[in-house]
Design a protein around this ligand. Structure first.
Ligand code: ZN
Ligand code: ZN
Length: 596
């Protein structure tokens, strides 16, 4: 890899300058750690989104208690005012340098870079083997913080030794650091891995294995609403629902090519009567078989096949993360088979559907990217130049026409076709990759798909994969964090909770529950002989949108004392008004309480 020079950027917040600052801070952290914990070996320390990490092999077991000491030493080093100096070195020279220091990981890295230009970057007394991209001087390094420590396999391979990864963040200014730490703090409070079990939404069970999700009744209720709404929208938009098996003969996956290019993410084959079967990692081949089950005419197209399809992917245990990275999940998957003339309209339909999803769930901000091939390396891709151009033009055309800003990224597409990736921005400003509209020039060829054109000849249809939620598990996790567990009324597993003050209110409370349920509301009754303050506190923790506190006076007056989950109270409400207000708020899918 070519050595980049020190990054001189007029804008300290440009992506290059931020990466340089963070990676340089990683050097300083490595030095501090080696000084404070003798016997620690260094490996790699790249910049990542919003920060950086460094992987160490150390006899010391790092804990958060080490962080202040490391940070203090880092600051001292940075204040030493050292320039980052890059120097090209020969393989022999570099090898001698790292061997003398017993840096076995650097020696291993060196073997991989043998035929490349090698650079050593130094500040003060510390040197690292790296590609460059640093701040000019350690002076720029002031506003950083160590965040966490985690295990990480050397080179991400579970056969290699387990290293200790120190995560940290660094920013050009103090206010930026403070703001980022505040966001992290807020993110911690919203962590779906904590809120999920606390709110009775889902769990991961040790006995069943990691990365497998158990949806509990309340989470199951939300999921059902999410699925029903999506299916209803899909039907309105001309999709047809299909169901395909979770397991299929390996021959299918050989034909699709997944056993080649997707092998890494597939579980092993299962023997069934001397044949090999495969858990499905994707729904596409199943939908293709449905397409192929009949001779299709141009009049049948576009054919939009949709499935809430559960797939199984072999994710390494190290990357599993709550609902965000799992081993079994359900995609709101669809495949559109169409003629070349129809692609603009089909892409438009997908983008429109995705925007409806974003709006419905209360996401106002989003970012879009179009990924296409690298025109210099057409040999790496499936499909003809003309197909790539037309499809990329269709993707860009739809976004431009709708006035949606997007980034065009060349060389980022999968080998089989260009795509639009849609990221939404959540309530605390974090981006999440969600929907994808992806062309595929490969599978129609592999399965020899055809349709009879208006000219009576056979043609190959175009195929588009599209998922809007992406994975229902993952999207649900994002929603939990976006709403901080306080689902809007239309999604809330329990919409109202009736709390009795004394024993005497239990019969009228039961009658009220029946009335509300008859109106289609999801209601719970807390008739325990606990103090009312305690009941209110519990319902608040459960994030139930509306509470009805039923006491003797209300029963006598035939009215309700309503309490919103944010604490606002509304007194003297007639039951029929309560039903009407809640029904209206839910029907509108309001994302904030509409009842003042
Ligand atoms: Zn470096
Ligand atoms: Zn697909």
């Amino acid at each position: 890899m070519p050595a980049a020079d020190v990054v001189h950027s007029a804008d300290p917040n440009s992506p290059e300058a931020l990466d340089a600052l963070r990676h340089s801070t990683a050097h300083v952290m490595a030095q501090a750690v080696q000084e404070l914990f003798p016997g620690t070996k260094i490996t790699i320390g790249p910049a990542i989104e919003n920060g950086f990490y460094y992987d160490f092999d150390s006899p010391h077991r790092f804990t958060e208690e080490d962080f202040p000491k490391i940070e203090k030493r880092m600051l001292q080093i940075a204040e030493g005012n050292h320039d980052f100096v890059g120097r090209e070195v020969s393989y022999e020279e570099s090898k001698k340098y790292w061997a003398a220091r017993g840096e076995s990981y650097k020696l291993e890295l060196l073997e991989g870079f043998k035929d490349q230009k090698l650079t050593h970057y130094s500040h003060g007394t510390f040197t690292d083997l790296c590609r460059g991209g640093h701040t000019p001087n350690t002076r720029a390094i002031r506003h950083f913080k160590l965040l966490s420590v985690a295990g990480a396999y050397w080179r991400g391979d579970e056969k290699n030794p387990m290293l200790q990864r120190l995560y940290a963040t660094a920013w050009p200014t103090k206010p930026q650091l403070v703001e980022h730490l505040k966001q992290l703090e807020e993110a911690k409070k919203r962590d779906h891995r904590k809120l999920g079990p606390a709110l009775g939404l889902f769990s991961i069970q040790e006995l069943a294995g990691p990365g497998l999700i158990f949806w509990h009744p309340k989470g199951g209720r939300v999921r059902m609403i999410m699925e029903d709404w999506l299916k209803g929208e899909a039907l309105k938009r001309g999709y047809q629902m299909v169901f395909t098996p979770h397991i299929a003969n390996l021959d299918l996956w050989n034909t699709s090519g997944h056993t080649g290019f997707y092998r890494q993410n597939m579980f092993g084959a299962i023997e069934v009567e001397k044949a090999d079967y495969q858990l499905k990692p994707m729904n596409c081949p199943g939908h293709i078989l449905i397409y192929k089950s009949a001779l299709r005419s141009y009049k049948d197209l576009p054919l939009r096949l949709a499935e809430l399809g559960t797939v199984y992917r072999y994710e390494r245990s190290g990357v599993l993360h709550g609902l965000l990275r799992v081993r079994g999940f359900t995609q709101d998957d669809a495949h559109i088979f169409c003629t070349p003339d129809q692609i603009e309209a089909e892409v438009e339909g997908c983008v429109d559907f995705a925007l409806t999803v974003f709006k419905t769930y209360g996401f106002e901000k989003y970012a879009m990217e179009v990924s296409t091939w690298d025109p210099e390396k057409t040999g790496d891709y499936s499909g003809e130049a003309e197909e790539w151009e037309r499809a990329t033009k269709a993707l860009e055309g739809v976004l431009s026409r709708r006035g949606i800003p997007y980034k065009l990224i060349k060389g980022e597409a999968a080998f089989y076709g260009p795509k639009i990736d849609m990221k939404l921005i959540d309530a605390i400003g974090r981006p999440w990759q969600l929907s994808t509209v992806q062309f595929d020039f490969n599978l129609p060829k592999k399965f020899d798909l055809e349709f009879v054109g208006s000219d009576g000849a056979r043609h190959r249809p175009l195929m588009v994969h599209r998922a809007l939620y992406g994975s229902i598990e993952r999207f649900f996790g994002i929603l939990v964090e976006h709403y901080a567990g306080a689902f809007p009324l239309w999604l809330a597993p329990v919409q109202a909770k009736i709390l009795t003050i004394t024993e005497a209110e239990v019969p009228p409370a039961e009658a009220l529950k029946k009335t509300l349920e008859a109106a289609g509301l999801r209601v719970e009754l807390d008739a325990r002989s606990e103090r009312i303050q305690h009941k209110i506190r519990e319902a608040t923790l459960e994030k139930v949108p509306y509470m009805v506190v039923l006491g003797p006076k209300d029963v006598a007056a035939g009215t309700l004392a309503v309490r919103r989950r944010d604490g606002k109270q509304i007194f003297g409400v007639r039951p029929e008004d309560f039903v009407e207000r809640l029904s209206e708020e839910a029907a509108r899918k309001a994302t904030a309480p509409s009842w003042e």
